[in-house]
Design a binder for this molecule. Structure first.
Ligand code: NAD
Length: 501
């Protein structure tokens, strides 16, 4: 076994362990904060004893880096290591309290294009308490898009907005990944959750791409649920699901729900996969109150490391380690967080737990299902389908204005200035049509979406005509707070028609 050391601050260290039959694969390791160093030491000790062949580079991330004034919590030299090894085993970090600090995870995911978050959530009943003993769900969450771009604006005194971006290639990539994952790991069904009954264009795109991709995987059952009822069903009867693929926000929330109802968030590991680089980590945080006491459960990070071993083509090591871990759990050797006198045999600390797993290497669980992984597997690669570019035409403009008086007055003034090229089609307030033909009961704020289209509806308009319209409105004291072009794509509207239409 190689000596496990925790790096001195800011220094890069290489550690090499080459097992027979394998070249050592370079990986980058960060020990993190709080309980991070203890669970990383336990994890590396176990996978090393299991035969992992790794050339380890250690980088510094987290609290100590934030405190140097580096707001992303990661130094520039660390990026070099990540880009070189392309594999990152990361312990949790502590994000300092107060503003001004960026989320390290979001930075790493977005910078390195880690588009897929994969979180297996199986139950380990009866050894870990759960109400859902037959649950074995894998959540595959889109990791880069949706509302996580952090594109937010205050537009009027009363209104702020957050831009939700769903892209066709981003959706196709994650959905193809989910189907490929299902095929690779012998799973039978992929479920998609969206809210496309409300967000017909954004979530609608995700659902549409899901249906298109699903049709190419006839060997795998596919289904779609509206996220609210889907989430309720997941919480109530998770055993009915297999792989679930979701846009970022729903996936963020429901992957925690799934891990929790499976038994413990503390047992879940996750993989963040990109086309070049992949990051593996526990789902839980740095648990600072438990740090340095040899009590933390290393299982979440260990199971993330198992995913890493499969990813780098050391599937037999992954299976050996995973099965030894399952055997340890079913033998009742438990850390405090899952200890239950009714089923546990021994309450152990981090180091003792690691030693118990190492002692069981080569053994398989009897009650829990043993795992198998492809021995020299390669990472899942995704190829997007080529599509012809559609014909795109500008057919109007939504102009957002700030206004505090009666909507009828706003409507009349906008109609006066619509000019020779446009007609005012409608005004909405928070998405509800209020002009023409609104009702007095509708609650309105100071933010109005005013839709202008060509006098002959559906006719294309020129950008110069839009600029002239905007100039007339500005001159009339109605400056825009933002505009959105109304485009058709191959003749189909690329904009919602507005509630009430
Ligand atoms: P946490 O996950 O660290 O802890 C929640 C609870 O679970 C605590 O009671 C803790 O003691 C317990 N716990 C967590 N992991 C455990 C383990 N392995 N073994 C035993 N018990 C465990 O969440 P928190 O307290 O909200 O956050 C603490 C810090 O972690 C914060 O600074 C937060 O920003 C950070 N965090 C980091 C990551 C990450 O690096 N990926 C993720 C989440 C939170």
């Amino acid at each position: 076994m190689f000596p496990l050391r925790i790096s001195t601050r800011g220094k890069m260290m290489a550690n090499m362990n080459e097992a027979p039959g394998y070249h050592a694969i370079p990986i980058t390791v960060a020990y993190g904060d709080g309980i991070g160093p203890e669970i990383m030491e336990a994890t590396l000790g176990i996978i090393n004893a299991g035969g992992a062949s790794l050339a380890i580079e250690t980088i510094q991330i987290g609290e100590s880096v934030y405190h140097k004034g580096i707001t992303a919590g990661i130094e520039s030299s660390a990026w070099d290591s990540l880009r070189r090894t392309k594999v990152f085993l990361k312990a949790p970090i502590t994000t300092p309290e107060g503003g001004g600090f960026k989320s390290l995870n979001v930075t790493v995911r977005k910078t390195l294009g880690l588009f897929a978050n994969v979180r297996p959530c199986p139950a380990y009943a009866p050894f870990v308490a759960t109400r859902h003993p037959d649950m074995d769900v894998v959540i595959i969450r889109e990791n880069e898009e949706d509302v996580y771009g952090g594109i937010e604006h205050r537009q009027t005194d009363e209104v702020v907005q957050c831009l939700k971006l769903i892209t066709r290639p981003g959706s196709e990539r994650i959905i193809r990944y989910a189907f490929e994952y299902a095929r690779r790991y012998g799973r039978h069904k992929v479920t998609c959750f969206t809210k496309d009954n409300i967000m017909k264009l954004t979530d609608g795109t995700f659902h549409k791409v899901f249906d298109e991709v699903a049709s190419e995987y006839q060997d795998i059952t596919s289904e779609h649920w509206i996220v609210d009822i889907g989430a309720a069903k997941l919480a109530d009867s998770p055993e009915q699901f297999d792989v679930i693929v979701m846009p970022n926000l729903y996936g963020d929330i429901l992957s925690d729900v799934a891990a929790q109802i499976a038994g413990s968030v503390g047992l879940a590991g996750s993989a963040n996969i990109g086309s070049e680089v992949a990051m593996f980590e526990a789902v839980h945080g740095s648990a600072p109150r438990r740090a340095g006491q040899n009590v933390a459960n290393p299982s979440g990070l260990l199971l993330a490391a198992v995913q890493m071993l499969v990813h780098i083509g050391q599937g037999d090591v992954a299976a050996r380690v995973h099965n030894a871990w399952l055997k340890t759990i079913e033998d009742g050797i438990h850390t405090y967080d899952i200890y239950d006198p009714a089923v546990s045999k021994e309450k152990v600390g981090t180091r003792e737990f690691a030693a118990a797993v190492i002692a069981r290497l080569g053994k398989k669980p009897q009650a829990l299902k043993a795992v198998e992984y492809p021995v020299h597997g390669s990472p899942i690669t995704i190829k997007l389908k080529e599509r012809p570019l559609p014909v795109k035409e500008l057919v109007g403009i939504d102009i957002f204005v700030e206004w505090r008086e009666a909507v009828e007055l706003l409507g009349k003034r906008l109609e006066e200035h619509a000019g020779p090229d446009f007609q005012l089609v409608m005004i909405t307030n928070r998405g509800t049509k209020v002009y023409p033909g609104g009702v007095a009961e509708t609650f309105c704020v100071d933010h109005w979406r005013c839709r202008f289209q060509a006098l002959h509806n559906g006719e294309p308009v020129a950008h110069e005509q839009v600029i002239a319209l905007l100039s007339r409105l500005i001159a009339a004291g109605l400056p825009p707070i933002k505009t959105e072009g109304l485009f058709t794509f191959d003749g189909l509207p690329g904009f919602s028609l507005g509630q009430g239409q």
